[in-house]
Design a protein around this ligand. Sequence first.
Ligand code: AGP
Length: 614
Amino acid sequence: MCGIVGYIGPREASTIVLEGLKRLEYRGYDSAGLAVIERNGKIALRREVGKLVNLENLLREEPASGNIGIGHTRWATHGKPSRYNAHPHIDCSGKIVVIHNGIVENFLSLRQRLQDEGHEFASETDTEVIVHLVESYVNQGDDLVTAARKALSQLQGAQAVVIMSSLEPDKLIAARLGNAGGVVVGVGEGEMFVASDMPAILEHTRKMVFLEDREIAVVTATKAEYFTLEGKPVSKEVHTIPWDPVSASKGPYRHFMQKEIYEQARTLVDTIRGRVDFEKGEVVLDDFGISPDELRRFKRMAIVACGTSYYAGLVGKFLFEKLVGIPVDVDYGSEFRYRDPYIDRDTLVLVITQSGETVDTLAAMEEARRKGTKIAAIVNVIGSQAARLADGVIYMQAGPEIGVASTKAFTASIVDEYLLALYMGRIRGTISDEEMRAYLDDLARLPNLAGKVLEHGDEYETLAREFHRKEHFLYLGRAINYPIALEGALKLKEISYIHAEGYPAGEMKHGPIALIDENMPVVAIAVRDHVYDKMVSQIEQVKARGGTVIALATEGDEEVARKADYVLYVPKLSYLLSPVINVIPLQLFAYHMAVRRGCDVDQPRNLAKSVTVE
Ligand code: AGP
């Protein structure tokens, strides 16, 4: 949830740390702070509640100058948002500071013990126990690295931690315990970086090292050394990330979400790139990581994800059951991990996670691991924990998704599921050559059709002007578009704060139709497919009760236009890929509604891009 940035090198640390925090603000932001070791050898600590701009203003009044520093944007878990609860936290001596992401589950007992030893606490946070623990070992004569290892070994729960001290001002210590969100070490030229997410440091370097659970990095200006928490040296691979800094910036767009919606015509090409041999009519997933023999063995699938990624999993159920011919269950990560699911070695578990750091999804992976089955992952963030935990990985290849509301990652996830389903279907003999060619032809048309939908972005401003004062919405869909109704509703509620509910259209008569009146607009997905007639009659039922209907219809459909109050047209596409196109108008509608309501589109209240706490 929180954003972490550290720097050590020849340049001004506070500038680099602040810029990095700005690129992480989407991760969590109710307060922020940074600490720098100044040239006089003392730690300068600057913290401010509220948005990052408040910290920026404070630094303008009270600059902090030095070549080594750490910074943090906070999404509060323990202790309300305030200056004294903001990170970094400092020890009694004023010589050690810590920033942290995660939850110290045993902080109360540690705090009590440290207070009994005479440590005075200045905040309500769990984080502060870390800095006093380190201090207590330093006071016993340990060097900083040893003190850090001993302190971190006592923490229960998942953490990402960075420690800095004026006692040893030539190093930063970064550590990862459990799945509290990543710790990335950026390898520069004569300078080094630490961050919770790559976008924070991407403009400085593309060479990244990812810490695993219970690993420590000792980072100086020229290099990093890696150890286990027990002190055993570890050799780490330096990944070169193909993302360019521009892709992690807004460019000409007003919001990251807007940019990421409009990028989809291109990102869908990127997702497909390198995975289809159109000449041979084959899907190529050679580096997938789970062998064809193993893929032949599975008798069922369990898809596990959270939020928007869960809705991509619901679409995946249709794809895998149709193309692979095996039963598919779909679970929320937060439910799967606690329901003791029936999973055996004949079950392929597939997780979908843009960030690769969602703690409920990661916990579900560990549950699946305990049950001894194979795990595949569809992930966007390279080197993320999910990518490292899985046996087989398919990257979304959608580029950094900064907006909290997931858009391009959602459509990329569905395409990845489609590719994997075709790949498995071919291996298992459930798809003939000509069927494969037809499926691949449909896929080849997808990016261009997405671009056509995106050409009509302006009409959503009109709709938003009409509807932005409404406080309730119902989204209806059937079959493979029922998950799209759910996703459309989530987009609207999470960025415009309007109460919106997605519902299977066939269920309306079992209760929800009682809600229909002039204050409950309905978005109905009524494209030309096998349930079209049912959806048209659904629209009639809503209209008969005085409701207002915004219909999603197939280009040229005049019947729906006669019955609905507003129509958003989408091009005709194969049933299995239609969700990828049908979601785009709902993304645009939600975006314009949120803008019209003056909401913080990229950083909606109470939300963060990566949910790394339970
Ligand atoms: C979607 O718009 C939300 N931001 C949220 O539901 C998100 O999809 C969910 O937290 C899962 O994130 P992940 O894909 O990174 O695991």
